[in-house]
Design a protein around this ligand. Structure first.
Ligand code: URA
Length: 235
């Protein structure tokens, strides 16, 4: 495998808006709250989530990165949180981790257009280090505060299959006891009857040291995602 993404998300340079400008956004939305969506459509959810202040992550982040894709998508993909590139672009999985994901689905003959792609947490959490923004994992309170958006997206998109990328997404969907390294690549059933599975996060592939380990990790990741080809064959 020649993984196209070799630059870790955590070391990308950024041009984020100033702190003062960011803090002035959405003056009518009290801290700890979010606007009530004007309906259940993805558009209404996206508009409300744009001004979400349910946790503190909205303040340093550039913007809410809501899910992308059609409400008719057959596959619903959940990552952890936007990274540096996604925070700037306002779209999920457009940086190095997204390129690993794209490469795996392309190898499998799958099309991202048949997918709705989102994250468990919709603001980028980071620690500033000089001009760099170093990715930080969202804590349980931040994950809980954001869960309402994921629940609403899952209702709005009638996908047949849900795919969780990484432990944070997997626990958001299957509960805190889910053991990713043991249960990845195994079909599960959600309470609403939909089928779902988890695999590793694409950043896990990027974090492996050395080409051989990175290749092996990529093959594991792609083998789990190959469960989706069964679904595509039925259409
Ligand atoms: N990692 C994620 O989990 N989601 C993104 O959108 C980008 C990187």
């Amino acid at each position: 495998m020649a993984t196209r993404a070799s630059t870790p998300t955590s070391t990308t340079r950024t041009r984020a808006p100033s702190t003062r400008r960011r803090e002035k956004r959405f003056p009518d939305v009290p801290e700890g709250t979010a606007p009530e969506p004007a309906g259940t459509s993805l558009r209404a959810l996206r508009e409300a989530a744009a001004a979400c202040k349910r946790c503190d992550l909205w303040r340093p982040a550039t913007q809410t990165v809501f899910g992308e894709g059609s409400p008719k998508a057959r596959i619903f993909v959940i990552g952890e949180q936007p990274g540096d590139r996604e925070d700037m672009a306002g779209e999920p999985f457009v940086g190095p981790a997204g390129r690993i994901f794209d490469q795996a689905i392309e190898d499998l003959g799958l099309d991202r257009k048949s997918m709705y792609v989102t994250n468990a947490v919709k603001h980028f959490k980071f620690e500033p280090r000089g001009k760099r923004r170093i990715h930080k994992q969202p804590n349980p309170a931040e994950q809980k505060a954001c869960h309402v958006w994921l629940e609403r997206e899952l209702k709005a998109v009638k996908a047949e299959v849900v795919v969780c990328l990484g432990a944070i997404a997997a626990k958001a969907v299957f509960g805190s006891k889910f053991a990713l390294m043991k249960q990845h690549g195994e079909w599960q059933e959600l309470p609403d009857g939909r089928r779902a599975f988890a695999t590793m996060h694409p950043s896990w592939v990027l974090r492996q040291r050395g080409d051989a380990d990175r290749e092996a990790a990529f093959r594991t990741f792609r083998a789990d995602l190959a469960l989706l080809t069964e679904l595509e064959r039925r259409h």
